[in-house]
Design a protein around this ligand. Sequence first.
Ligand SMILES: NC(=O)c1ccc[n+]([C@@H]2O[C@H](COP(=O)([O-])OP(=O)(O)OC[C@H]3O[C@@H](n4cnc5c(N)ncnc54)[C@H](OP(=O)(O)O)[C@@H]3O)[C@@H](O)[C@H]2O)c1
Length: 215
Amino acid sequence: MASLDGRRVVVTGASSGIGEAAARAVAAAGARVGLVARRAERLAGLAEELGDAAVVGVADVTDAPALTDAVDRLAAQLGGLDGVVAAAGTMHLGAVGETDPERWREVFDVNVHGLLATARAALPHLTDGASWVTISSMSGRRVPSAAGGVYAASKHAAHAVDETLRREAGRGACASPPSPRASWPPISWRATSPRATGPAETTSPPSASACTPRA
Ligand SMILES: NC(=O)c1ccc[n+]([C@@H]2O[C@H](COP(=O)([O-])OP(=O)(O)OC[C@H]3O[C@@H](n4cnc5c(N)ncnc54)[C@H](OP(=O)(O)O)[C@@H]3O)[C@@H](O)[C@H]2O)c1
């Protein structure tokens, strides 16, 4: 990964899995990182390991006011935000006809409302040229199985949120391509042209022509 020396990045879902790995990678590349998730003890353990590079903001991404408070505090501690890795997510497998609607709500609350709440909390703090990375899924482009349909629906919605943020790149954010594998490079990219207004120009994920490597 390119050097992120001096950058300040918030990672949601930092208590395990891809978010935790992203937080470690971002810190290893030289950035300071704000760790967000619900499991305080896991975040504290990671922060202890990362030392001065990490600060902790315990929050549930589905609780928008609490998340905003946490992100405000992290941005104040870090002195601003140059990037966000939105990795908080949840998966449920089950046939539509056999699944409790509460489970659908939970999946959409975390994967869609939580992503929107993350953007709303972070955008006021993002510096010019800041990067946005959404950890979505290939299930955001296709339905891999009948049992994966609800999760896939939430990830299709996550792609729409990601694309929306890219179109708001005039604010300085650069949304990522949608798959976990494809998401990494944009952390060091920046938007070069305002896209906040005007008609939709494309439905494809952003390419290197939409974002160019940071100098
Ligand atoms: N693993 C894969 O193969 C794969 C493939 C494609 C896409 N993905 C996507 O990658 C992302 C990370 O998944 P993972 O595999 O790393 O899963 P994971 O290990 O279960 O991690 C999920 C993370 O999300 C956090 N989280 C869940 N609900 C939350 C909430 N309400 N508020 C705040 N944080 C919440 C969890 O933290 P707490 O429980 O501490 O809150 C945890 O840190 C997800 O968006 C997932 O859909 C994963």
